[in-house]
Write a protein that binds this ligand. Sequence first.
Ligand SMILES: Nc1ncnc2c1ncn2[C@@H]1O[C@H](COP(=O)(O)OP(=O)(O)OP(=O)(O)O)[C@@H](O)[C@H]1O
Ligand SMILES: Nc1ccn([C@@H]2O[C@H](COP(=O)(O)O)[C@@H](O)[C@H]2O)c(=O)n1
Length: 211
Amino acid sequence: MIVAIDGPAASGKGTLARRIAGHYRLPHLDTGLLYRGVGQIMRDRGFPLDNVEIAAAIAENLDLADLDAEKLRTREAGEAASVVAAHGPVRRALLDLQRAFAAQAGGAVLDGRDIGTVIAPGAEAKLFVTASPQERARRRFRELVGRGECADTDEALAAVLADIARRDERDSGRADAPLTVAADAVTLDTTDLGIEQAVAAALAAVEARRR
Ligand SMILES: Nc1ncnc2c1ncn2[C@@H]1O[C@H](COP(=O)(O)OP(=O)(O)OP(=O)(O)O)[C@@H](O)[C@H]1O
Ligand SMILES: Nc1ccn([C@@H]2O[C@H](COP(=O)(O)O)[C@@H](O)[C@H]2O)c(=O)n1
């Protein structure tokens, strides 16, 4: 079974993808990490993020095994990821890797922005996980404060909300594989759901599709 999970930044799709993968003992790929990896390498090497050719060459040579998920969780890497993710050649360079992951025997769970629409349009179960921008900003803010990456102030929360709004606009407004709800996806709004409630709802939606 392939489970495709899409949604905007900090909606909780990664949390749900990990739990669904654990429940069904399926491998999981957080596809945002690929774009974060390309963006971070561009930053580390001092390349402008709008250099499409260099970004595509980095994407072509990206090795999943080299990606350090912890290091790539920073705000800067997320911001860089959303810039390079708008380049068509970067997306095309990362296509085969993601499709091969999805096609492995036994199935897989993938989360991102275009899994149900582009990477695995034939997935048995598709979820579109969302929450209000304010709630997503609060979740991301709490995470960043917990990691000591931002101050626990109203101004810092407002800055995180602005980051989220900018990323939403970029991800939904780009020409190539924009963030959109697949026609056959189940939308799960987690604004008023705790993690365990969201997991239960997600598993119920996947089970309904398996039958
Ligand atoms: N339903 C929920 N209620 C409260 N907090 C949640 C919920 N789901 C996830 N979280 C928390 O919100 C934060 C963001 O969740 P997560 O990383 O799963 O989102 P994401 O959509 O994968 O983010 P990104 O797009 O940036 O990778 C995490 O700290 C997570 O623990
Ligand atoms: N399938 C995907 C996954 C991610 N992106 C872009 O990467 C950015 C970071 O993703 P996170 O899930 O780690 O937040 C995201 O803002 C997208 O721009 C993508 O385009 N397609």
